[in-house]
Design a protein. Structure first.
Length: 78
């Protein structure tokens, strides 16, 4: 990850942020619109599975952002 600031470019690595490798890998997930109300139980189960996966990925993203924020706050105090 690279970030530009008034002081120049800072390269942040997974090691510097102390992130587990699986969090650093990350992936983008498209979020389609809501499914129709007349869906079957199997469709609802698949939708629930997709939403749980999306929620887990978003939680990982939030964790990365928290660590990056703390890292850059620490760096800007120097």
């Amino acid at each position: 990850m690279e970030c530009r600031s008034r002081r120049g470019t800072v390269t942040v690595t997974v090691e510097a942020l102390k992130l587990p490798l699986d969090l650093a890998a990350g992936s983008a997930v498209a979020v389609p619109g809501a499914a129709p109300s007349g869906q079957s139980a199997d469709d609802r189960d698949e939708e629930l599975k997709r939403l749980r996966k999306l929620t887990a990925e978003q939680a990982k993203t939030i964790e990365i952002l928290k660590k990056a924020t703390a890292f850059f706050a620490k760096e800007s105090d120097r």
